[in-house]
Design a binder for this molecule. Structure first.
Ligand code: ATP
Ligand code: MG
Ligand code: FE
Length: 336
């Protein structure tokens, strides 16, 4: 079954064709990063306008690259939430028009379930149940994936998402947007024990996260250094901040997997491309007899292939949409 999928929830305009939920035939991604860079973050209205301008061409490119035509497709899938409402609407409208005109089924996909499904593309033999650490621009969640349609949230951030914290700290350090890759790079040249920032574990047995205290601690540190007119070593602050984030993510995820009695742990979302997270998680997973899975970096950040994978599992489990499908900016994991 070949599904053409569309992803426009934020600032990536992406179109893919995925076969049977596991095989990527094409995955075209047009990133608007260069457009939004000068504003220090994504400007929703500008993102929507660029989706409108680019999407039809990206669909054409995707078909051309895969050597397919519309008549080879079996269904159309689209992210319908969570994300920026204006941005989502562009993809949803295009997907509806395609499904209607081609007489194909329409499948709405939850963006976060899509991030999780990126693991199915990278690891063709991977099957639920497993625990997933979802760490992206808007989410820091521990999700038990019991089967292809059952997602149970065990813990989530009470304030900032991990990626959001990276982006904000990168901005104050003058490292630019997007912050994750910039901090990842800078941290490699810094001393991660130069500053002991707080590790926030919350109540005992809680699997929730909180990164706003750490964010304030970094801001306070920078302000006090400036006031005392002492030099700031950006690489050291980046490395120390990063270690404080990653230590908490790894420890909670490993504990949670052991408590849930699963032997597999997956990572998903943009922050799962982080080199220290991958390294530390690998080490701890091995120590605890857990198998670790994560997608290639290009499948960690927003892309349409992950949406095509999740769409397949929705479809074969009878979850389809109709032409009333709407964009839902606050769509929760496990709902559509
Ligand atoms: P959501 O998926 O929650 O709706 P989003 O789609 O904006 O949010 P993603 O595209 O999954 O988020 O990920 C983008 C985030 O990942 C950004 O915050 C970015 O800084 C972060 N990120 C990307 N690469 C890295 C990296 N190497 N290290 C840390 N963070 C990273
Ligand atoms: Mg993005
Ligand atoms: Fe995302």
């Amino acid at each position: 079954m070949k599904i053409l999928s569309i992803e426009t929830s934020c600032d990536e305009t992406s179109v893919a064709v995925v076969e049977d939920g596991r095989k990527v035939l094409t995955n075209r991604i047009y990133s608007q990063i260069d457009i939004h860079k000068k504003y220090g973050g994504v400007v929703p209205e500008i993102a929507s306008r660029n989706h409108v301008m680019k999407l039809p061409y990206i669909i054409e490119e995707a078909l051309e690259e895969s050597g397919l035509s519309f008549s080879d497709l079996d269904a159309i899938a689209v992210t319908n939430g969570p994300g920026l409402v204006g941005a989502l609407l562009i993809g949803v409208s295009e997907a509806k028009a395609l499904a209607y005109s081609l007489g194909l089924p329409l499948i709405g996909v939850n963006h976060i379930e899509g991030h999780i499904a990126a693991n199915f593309l990278q690891h063709p033999d991977l099957e639920p149940p497993f625990l997933t650490l979802v760490v992206s621009g808007g989410h820091s969640h521990l999700v038990m994936v019991r089967d292809y349609q059952t997602f149970e949230i065990i813990g989530k951030t009470r304030d900032d998402a991990a990626g959001e914290a990276y982006d904000k700290i990168s901005r104050v350090l003058g490292l630019g947007y997007p912050g994750g890759p910039a901090i990842d790079r800078a941290a490699k040249k810094g001393n991660s024990h130069a500053v002991e920032f707080p590790r926030v574990f919350l109540e005992k047995d809680s699997y929730d996260f909180s990164f706003s205290g750490l964010k304030s601690a970094v801001l306070n540190y920078l302000n006090s250094k400036k006031m005392k007119e002492e030099p700031i070593v950006v690489e050291d602050v980046a490395a120390s901040f990063q270690l404080a984030v990653i230590e908490v993510l790894v420890e909670k995820a490993i504990h949670c997997a052991l408590e849930q009695k699963v032997d597999k742990i997956c990572m998903a979302g943009g922050v799962s491309a982080n080199s220290l997270l991958r390294e530390m998680m690998q080490e701890k997973a091995k120590e605890n007899g857990l198998a670790l899975y994560y997608p290639a970096p290009i499948l960690c950040t927003d892309n349409a292939a992950m949406i095509g994978s999740m769409a397949y599992y929705n479809y074969i489990n009878g979850v389809k949409s109709d032409l009333y499908l709407n964009a839902v900016p606050g769509l929760k994991i496990g709902s559509r």
